[in-house]
Design a protein around this ligand. Structure first.
Ligand code: GLU
Length: 329
């Protein structure tokens, strides 16, 4: 008996072509066409293709992912053994990370996409789908949450990042690297994730507004005032280096902390934030003393997703701090 794999397609480059009358490509292909372009796929699994959305991935919303998860649970209840999701690569790291935070099941969920659309030489969609199906059908992937399979590598959604605008090897995992790879007909998973971090969402999901700001040389913090004036419920700020701001921003960020939770991440996007090294106006020690929450291992995109989910659950600042710290235990 072959495993049953459901493939949900959401659009993205992997499903993008041009009808000839327009400049550039846009999402047009349905799930069946994506599957039909993959030689040998039916030898691996019984595939059930579903066109779930046809979007460029910057337009995928939190609610699209919540709806997708409901569909996933329905399919798993009806005997599906594993799930593959195809979508645009632009936000693949965010949707995969989000899904990984809220999915409580054991069956593999594998996300993938393509960097070269189906009209280009060397289109990578078919091989990525084949590998994603192989991983979704494998028992080794059970219990690992959401995985991203790209260019033959297997990444944990908790760590995956897009690191190149065009390369088919665009995806990396910081700080650990891929947890495995696909070799010929074999799925190799060589490192095990010791723990999954799941945020139980309340049934009624009212999404808060969380801003993400990146700090650069010469910033005076005016945008922080705008975040407060516009009624945002939380702020993630990507500081420089190990978690630093220009001194000129400190007064404004301190005022913001009195009103909303503010999480400090690093604009570098890789490595753990400092906690006890530097003491100057705007250093990590100074900012934490002022009540800013240290994002630990989370980059800005990940910290924004976690803060959004926690605020949606209505938790207080102490709980937010302990949730971020829990990732390092
Ligand atoms: N580069 C994107 C992709 O790989 C196109 C936009 C999108 O993310 O949908 O699919």
């Amino acid at each position: 008996m072959k495993p049953k794999i459901k493939v949900f397609t959401l659009g993205g480059t992997i499903a993008m072509v041009s009808d000839g009358s327009e400049r550039g490509v846009s999402p047009k292909l349905k799930a069946e066409s994506l599957i039909n372009a993959v030689p040998g796929i039916s030898d691996i699994a019984d595939i059930d293709p579903v066109t779930f959305r046809q979007l460029p991935s910057p337009s995928i919303s939190y609610h699209d992912i919540f709806d997708l998860l409901s569909e996933i649970y329905r399919s798993l209840d009806n005997g599906t053994n594993g799930i593959v999701i195809t979508q645009g690569t632009d936000t693949l790291e965010e949707t995969s990370f989000l899904l990984d935070r809220i999915y409580t099941g054991q069956a593999p969920i594998v996300t993938t996409g393509a960097m070269r659309n189906p009209t280009l030489p060397g289109a990578d969609g078919p091989s990525n789908i084949l590998h994603a199906v192989m991983v979704a059908a494998s028992s080794e992937a059970c219990g690992l949450g959401v995985l991203t399979v790209f260019n033959g590598d297997i990444h944990a959604a908790r760590f995956v990042q897009k690191g190149h605008t065009q390369s088919p090897a665009a995806f990396t995992s910081s700080p650990i690297g891929p947890i495995g790879w696909v070799s010929e007909s074999k799925v190799r998973i060589i490192s095990n994730l010791n723990k999954r971090y799941i945020i139980d969402l309340n049934n009624k999901i009212q999404l808060p507004k969380v801003a993400l700001l990146k700090v650069s040389m010469g910033d005076d913090g005016s945008l922080i005032d705008t975040v407060i004036d516009k009624g945002f419920d939380g702020l993630v700020i990507e500081g420089t280096g190990g978690g630093h701001l220009p001194a000129a921003m400190v007064e404004k960020i301190t005022k913001a902390v009195a009103k909303i939770p503010v999480v400090l991440a690093s604009r570098i996007g890789s490595g753990e934030l400092l906690r006890e090294t530097y003491m100057f106006p705007g250093s990590e020690i100074d900012l934490m003393d002022k009540g800013i929450i240290n994002s630990g291992l989370m980059n800005g995109l990940q910290a924004k997703i976690i803060l959004t989910l926690l605020l949606a659950n209505g938790v207080n600042t102490n709980t937010i701090i302990s949730e971020f710290n829990a990732w390092l235990e």
